[in-house]
Design a binder for this molecule. Sequence first.
Ligand SMILES: *Cc1c(COP(=O)(O)O)cnc(C)c1O
Length: 400
Amino acid sequence: MIPFSPPRIDDRTLEEVCATLKSGWITTGPRVRKFEEMLSDYCKVNNVLCVSSNSAGMELMLHWFGVGPGDEVIVPAYTYCATANVVVHCGATPVMVDVKEDFGIDVEAVRRAITPKTKVIMPVDIAGFPCDYDELNQLVREDAVRQMFTPTNEIQRQLGRILLLEDAAHSLGARYHGQPLGTQADLAVFSFHAVKNLTTAEGGAICLNLPHPFDNEALYKQLKIKSLHGQSKDALSKTQAGNWRYDVTEAGYKCNMTDVLAAIGIVELERYDSETLPRRKQIFDAYSNAFRNDSRFQIPTYETAEKQSSYHVYPLRINNITEQQRDEIMQRIFQLEVSVNVHFIPLPMLSFYRNAGYNIQNYPVTYDNFSREISLPVYYNLSDQQVQTVIEAVRQAVTL
Ligand SMILES: *Cc1c(COP(=O)(O)O)cnc(C)c1O
């Protein structure tokens, strides 16, 4: 059976993790700091904070911005549940909008959804393909949109407009106008979950790009404390002789990254541009070349003049089929010993959100994308021969 997306764990990973385990320091410490510095260089963002997951990072930033009951946060209907769940955790309302045929949030639909209660917009770079950041940045700065914004605390007053909080779970290494993702929105949060392009088993990182008068360096320090119970000293600095006394300055969260996991990330990032992304692109290109001239298939867009994907998910679509036919095709592909997946079941179709009153009929493009989508395996250790096996299985399974 060809698996869908196993992690790449080899001797280098094991050596770095073992070295950490033997070093005497296993939780947040020097390796997390090193990984943050590497991410900062890689993404060209001065301040990057590592956390325990993308979900925890997004929730931390919503809390920091003071999002709460009565507030609205605009999210795409087509995403993983984390994007909306963190809004619910804050007591605010996720306002879902439709996406475009390329899976990205529809900026005109965002515009129509803005109300005086809108505090945040959360674009999601589905499959690693960047959203329309020029248009989103312009939208939140438009006079009429700014005038509608109703700040309810000092941070919101300082920003004076809707916050752009990017769910960058898929997009480390993607580019927009040649610039690495992480630099386009006010805040961008990566995921290093086991199935993502770059993994630390579980983990995430927050890129801080807030405009003047915000001090991103000071915010980094504040968030480091906020992500560790509001404790003024972390465990490592407390180990210095006589340095035991600490204070708690706020009721903070507990979502720090550990050095053991940062060790995996350090190895992954060292070879990300030289090995991981080139191999993933080769696999994407092989799939596109195989399916491009076959009218049964719709291949995804992953490179345009302004955007370049991180090649996270290859979302193939089958033309002129129903959701049920898609499910049957997937069953036949599984029978041919190939694992495939669907990214994602739209939020309005999940019972929690459906029961809360969201209706998939209001998101026709989301439903159309979903009902015809099959994600194909993409990972570093997928061989050329396995890629051919996947292609043959898909061709055979689509018996239209
Ligand atoms: C994986 C994923 C998340 C959640 O990431 P975690 O690190 O597991 O919290 C959020 N959004 C999207 C789009 C994802 O695919």
